[in-house]
Design a protein around this ligand. Structure first.
Ligand SMILES: [Mg+2]
Length: 143
C-alpha cells in the first residue's frame, strides 16, 4: 500500500504542485485533526470549518478547489449546507464530496439531490482518500 501511494503521488506530481485547496467541513475536532494531517502529507492545502456558518465564510476567504462535507452535523446538516453552497454565486461548480456514516439506502440519492458531486463513507479510509479526491478534481477539470 505504501508503494502504491507513492506511485500515485509521483504520477500526480504535476497536479499536486498546484496545491489544491480542500475545505473540510466537519463538527468533530478529532476527525478534522486526522484528515488535515493526511491531506497535508499528500500535498494539499487544508482549510476547516466546524459548522455551516463557518463554512459559508470560509468558502469566500479560501476559495477551495474541493469541499469534503460531513453530513451529520448539529444545526444545518451537510445536505442543507451543500444546497446553500451550490446556490452561492461562484460556487456552483466547486465539487462537494459528502462524507457520510449513514450507509442506508437513499443516502446517495439524498446527497445527489442536495447537489453533492459524490460521496465517500465514514470511517474515511486514509490510504485511498487522496485517490478519491484526485478523481473528483480530475473530473472537475475535464468538464
Ligand atoms: Mg459529524
Amino acid at each position: 500500500m505504501k508503494i502504491f501511494s507513492l506511485a500515485v503521488r509521483i504520477s500526480l506530481g504535476a497536479h499536486m504542485t498546484k496545491k489544491s485547496i480542500i475545505l473540510y467541513v466537519e463538527d468533530n475536532f478529532d476527525n478534522r485533526v486526522l484528515i488535515r494531517r493526511v491531506l497535508e502529507a499528500e500535498g494539499y492545502e487544508v482549510a476547516e470549518a466546524s459548522n455551516a456558518e463557518d463554512a459559508l465564510r470560509k468558502i469566500q476567504s479560501v476559495r477551495p478547489n474541493l469541499i469534503l462535507m460531513d453530513i451529520n452535523m448539529p444545526g444545518s446538516d451537510g445536505y442543507a449546507l451543500t444546497a446553500r453552497i451550490k446556490a452561492t454565486p461562484g460556487f456552483a461548480s466547486v465539487p462537494i464530496v459528502a462524507v457520510t456514516a449513514n450507509v442506508m439506502r437513499g443516502d446517495r440519492e439524498k446527497s445527489l439531490e442536495a447537489g453533492c458531486d459524490g460521496y465517500i463513507q465514514k470511517p474515511i479510509d486514509i490510504d485511498i482518500l487522496s485517490q478519491q479526491i484526485e478523481r473528483f478534481l480530475a473530473r472537475q477539470s475535464n468538464d
